[in-house]
Design a protein around this ligand. Structure first.
Ligand SMILES: Nc1nc2c(c(=O)[nH]1)N[C@H]1C(S)=C(S)[C@@H](COP(=O)(O)OP(=O)(O)OC[C@H]3O[C@@H](n4cnc5c(N)ncnc54)[C@H](O)[C@@H]3O)O[C@H]1N2
Ligand code: MOO
Length: 492
């Protein structure tokens, strides 16, 4: 491994690195677990010491050139990963309340509730039949009564059997005298003094118009009592809940025509890099832009509306115009965060009077990521150019910031046990693509900063603490929004 390999893989060369070429190995099959590559190491995409795959924390003294216990000075400005996320979430805390607006239900989906959803009615709002059958009063057999004003099916049949009974949507119905039964439909109002509903398949009428149940009738059976689901004024959902299709349905059932919601934040993506191609095969040192196609749909899943994805050439003036001219709530840049000759993000932020809130995060990959408040009060997140480092920045800084801008409640972190050991960085958090497996999280190969092969097959990113983790250790998990299912029922 060359020094360049180490650098590309996001570890400084102070680390004693042993092991195979970066990115060796295969992507595990979801059913069968990892397909090991030639080196049989879990995540050589980061080029680490093999013995750290047992999770032994090497400690800062493993980094020659830095005093024991003291991280390298180059990191002095880097925020801890969890602190950076918290800071990103806090940095826009005052914005959502100011933007809340009432919108009709059909415009509310995808936004967050700006106030709790409180029931405007009891649900059900009247005692309701849960089945098609008979409302009965007292013990059987019952004499069947026609329902006054009910539509009739036909002239034949025994007395009362030909009327359709009480249907859903009917208004007030007369109380049911003891010893009588009326036909009733699912969703219809239960007459006062009803003891139970007997399903149509569990009863028969005789030639004298009496109804007999063919099994025991339990008082209250198949009646949904008024207020069973909620009472007027009950809090159904807290403020900050995402309005999903299911929430829309609940809101409508609970009597809402409009919902007070926070609009989705508007994001503009600026893709930097003269080396980027938007089509065809890489050639002559030029490469395909992997971030432009990826970010807009990903941002939408994070609750943002992407107003544009623009390519900006490696020119400070062009970047300056693009940043200051944007009307988005969040400007998201890719590339140009480091200190190379055409890395213009820092100089442009400085020149335009932006306040750097986060300037580097102690996370691998992605440590040059940044968060700034622009002079206009809008926010800018600078994602590093390496594609997996950009994903790391997206989930570390943009996701919590967007959640706050969108008025969404913070998502409580959850943890899951690790199936296979994963090595760590001595000082920094690592984010490692994984798949869920019955036996725990399985870290994926091809997790180097420039690689998307691991994340493309992943259910999420595992948060590996400095020093690494052993099988059975519980790691915080950042699920990808499209992860189909989670073994172990983390969402139940
Ligand atoms: N002297 C140092 N150099 C670098 C450091 C460092 O600490 N000291 N950090 C390295 C790390 S870590 C990363 S990550 C990168 C971040 O660099 P930038 O944000 O300035 O990104 P670029 O230099 O523009 O690009 C880096 C890399 O990614 C490729 N790239 C950029 N955009 C895209 C895209 N849209 N699709 C696909 N690939 C992209 C670009 O071609 C470069 O290969 O800095 C290191 N350097
Ligand atoms: O290699 Mo850098 O840490 O990818 O972000």
């Amino acid at each position: 491994m060359t020094a360049q390999d180490r650098e590309v893989d996001g570890f400084d060369d102070a680390l004693a690195l042993v092991g195979g070429e970066p990115g060796a190995g295969g992507v595990p099959d979801r059913a069968t677990g990892p397909v090991h590559g030639p080196h049989h190491s879990q995540d050589q995409g980061e080029g680490q010491e093999r013995d750290r795959t047992r999770g032994a924390a090497p400690g800062p003294s493993a980094a020659p050139g830095h005093g024991p216990g003291s991280p390298p000075t180059a990191r002095h400005r880097a925020e801890r990963w969890d602190a950076a996320r918290a800071l990103a979430a806090r940095s826009a805390a005052s914005v959502p309340a100011a933007r809340a607006a009432s919108v009709p239900l059909d415009r509310a989906v995808g936004r967050a509730l700006a106030e709790p959803l409180t029931a405007l009615t009891d649900l059900p709002s009247f005692d309701t039949s849960a089945m098609d059958g008979w409302a009965v009063s007292g013990p059987g057999p019952w004499s069947v009564r026609p329902v006054k004003g009910s539509p009739r099916k036909g002239a034949t049949g025994s007395r009362g059997a030909d009327d359709l009974g009480i249907l859903a949507g009917h208004g007030t119905v007369a109380p049911l005298p003891d010893g009588t039964a009326v036909r009733i439909a699912t969703g219809a109002r239960i007459p006062a003094d009803t003891t139970a509903v007997v399903r149509s398949e569990h009863a028969r009428t005789d030639s004298r118009g009496h109804l007999h149940a063919d099994r025991e009738v339990i008082p209250g059976q198949d009646i949904r009592p008024r207020g069973q689901e909620c009472r007027t004024g009950d809090r159904l959902l807290p403020a900050g809940s995402l309005v999903t299709p299911a929430v829309l349905g609940l809101a409508a059932a609970a009597g809402y025509d409009e919902l007070l919601t926070v609009p989705r934040p508007r994001v503009e993506v600026l893709v930097l890099g003269d080396e980027l191609l938007t089509e065809g095969l890489p050639h002559d040192g030029l490469i395909r832009d992997a971030l432009g196609p990826m970010l807009a749909p990903w941002l939408r899943t994070l609750g943002a509306d992407v107003i544009a994805t623009r390519r900006v050439r490696d020119d400070a003036e062009a970047l300056c115009r693009a940043v200051t001219g944007s009307t988005a709530d969040l400007v998201l840049t890719t590339g140009g965060t480091a200190a190379g000759p055409v890395d213009h993000v820092h100089p442009v932020l400085h020149k335009t009077g932006a306040e750097l809130l986060v300037d580097g995060v102690a996370v691998r990959p992605g440590h040059p990521m940044l968060l700034a408040r622009l002079a206009s009060g809008r926010h800018l997140v600078g994602l590093p150019g390496n594609p997996l480092a950009a994903v790391s920045g997206l989930l570390t800084l943009a996701e919590p910031l967007l959640r706050t801008l969108a008025g969404r409640a913070p998502r409580p972190p959850y943890r899951a046990p690790l199936r296979d050991a994963v090595h760590g960085h001595p000082y920094d958090t690592r984010l490692v693509p994984f798949v869920h497996h019955d036996e725990g999280l399985v870290p994926l190969h091809f997790n180097g900063p420039a690689m998307l092969r691991g994340i493309a097959a992943a259910d999420g990113l595992a948060v590996v603490p400095p020093g690494g983790a052993r099988p059975g250790d519980e790691l915080e998990v950042l699920d990808l929004p499209w992860a189909a299912s989670v073994d172990g029922g983390c969402f139940t």
